[in-house]
Design a protein around this ligand. Structure first.
Ligand code: ZN
Ligand code: ZN
Length: 360
């Protein structure tokens, strides 16, 4: 028998190494946007899944990649997704089957016809071997990840779930780039309200304002949670302690007052006194009636709204207010980020760049 299980070459570029080792290379298929899935190897990392666009970011000789969520760093190949591993195993099994087919043909001394006659006289047998069709290897099916951002440092085009902290290629803190990208989406929606009002009417425009306000509050809340989680991890709290803190935090970050007291309690950190916090606070206060005005409003809440209206504070929301709110949310998140999150050597953005102290 002189065949080999893995004939060299072929579409998977099989190469024979020493000691019966083989090297097989294949390209991981990308999605329609040219991105490929990546999975953090740390089991407890959540969501752990992201995508990168090959050819952007650190190209050539990359020795380490990073998880955008937990900053775990290891060889890029260790970030393979389950689907990519399945795909690789499928291709490998296909090569094995191909090799086995060849070996059987070889051992049986079958020619190109796949048939051989042995014996003669009283007994003659014809041997033939029909190899089964090679299994089809389904391309990896990856999740949809829609939040895309390009790292301003290494140019890696990456998509993540929610708000990620780190760049998957250079490992730098690009949190504020993610936050800005999220806010920019709402800004585009706000800028379109006038057009929608003209074609769809006032009620739709009012709903658009409400939705944008809610989204802005949600971005602040999600950002504050991400920063606080990171700060707790970095100061060495256990996962159990972190869970307990978050239970207590609940939805506190939907309110500036409660954010203030939570940050004070957790980190002894005071939000600076600034009129912009006031403006944020009054916009945030509108979220509750907005969220619940189609649900059941309790009497106490109604009284509070009426009181606010009597004092001349409107529950109605304007385009200008949302535009201001978006600026202030970005500054507020940046301020908390620079105070709590930007303390490590990996930090890039933050530290006063968008700080409330800045008069930009
Ligand atoms: Zn991770
Ligand atoms: Zn980068």
């Amino acid at each position: 028998m002189n065949g080999t299980l893995f004939p060299e070459g072929g579409p998977n570029r099989v190469k024979s190494l020493e000691n019966n080792q083989y090297k097989m290379s294949f390209t991981i298929p990308t999605d329609e946007d040219g991105r490929m899935g990546r999975q953090c190897p740390i089991k407890t990392c959540s969501p752990g899944y992201f995508k990168v666009k090959p050819g952007t970011g650190v190209t050539g000789g990359q020795v380490a990649a990073y998880c955008p969520y937990c900053r775990h760093s290891t060889e890029p190949s260790d970030f393979a997704t389950k689907e990519q591993i399945r795909y690789a195993k499928g291709l490998l099994l296909r090569e094995v089957q191909k090799g086995v087919n060849e070996m059987i043909r070889d051992t049986m001394g079958l020619g190109a016809s796949g048939k051989r006659k042995i014996g003669g006289g009283f007994l003659s047998v014809e041997l033939s071997y029909k190899p089964g069709t090679l299994p089809h290897v389904r391309q990896p099916v990856e999740d949809e990840v829609r939040r895309e951002v390009v790292c301003p440092l290494c140019t890696l085009d990456q998509t993540v779930f929610g708000l990620a902290m780190w760049c998957a290629d250079c490992g730098k803190d690009i949190f504020m780039v993610h936050v800005s990208a999220e806010l920019a989406v709402i800004r585009r929606m706000v800028d379109d309200i006038g057009r929608r009002e003209a074609s769809l009417g006032r009620r739709v425009a009012a709903k658009d304002h409400e939705n944008c306000l809610e989204d802005a509050v949600s971005i602040f809340e999600a950002s504050a949670k991400a920063i606080v989680r990171r700060a707790l991890i970095e100061r060495g709290d256990t996962p159990e302690q972190i869970d307990a803190h978050f239970k207590k935090i609940g939805n506190s970050f939907q309110s500036i007052e409660r954010t203030r007291s939570q940050l004070k309690e957790l980190f002894g950190f005071d939000l600076d006194a600034d009129s912009r916090w006031e403006s944020l606070s009054s916009s945030f206060a509108k979220r509750h009636p907005v969220t619940h005005n189609l649900g059941v409003i309790d009497r106490k809440y109604l009284e509070r709204i009426q009181e606010a209206e009597r004092e001349g504070r409107e529950v109605r929301i304007s385009t200008a207010e949302i535009q201001n709110l978006l600026i202030h949310v970005e500054q507020a998140v940046s301020h908390i980020h620079s105070k709590l999150g930007a303390t490590t050597q990996h930090s890039l953005l933050g530290s006063g760049e968008y700080g409330l102290d800045d008069s930009k």
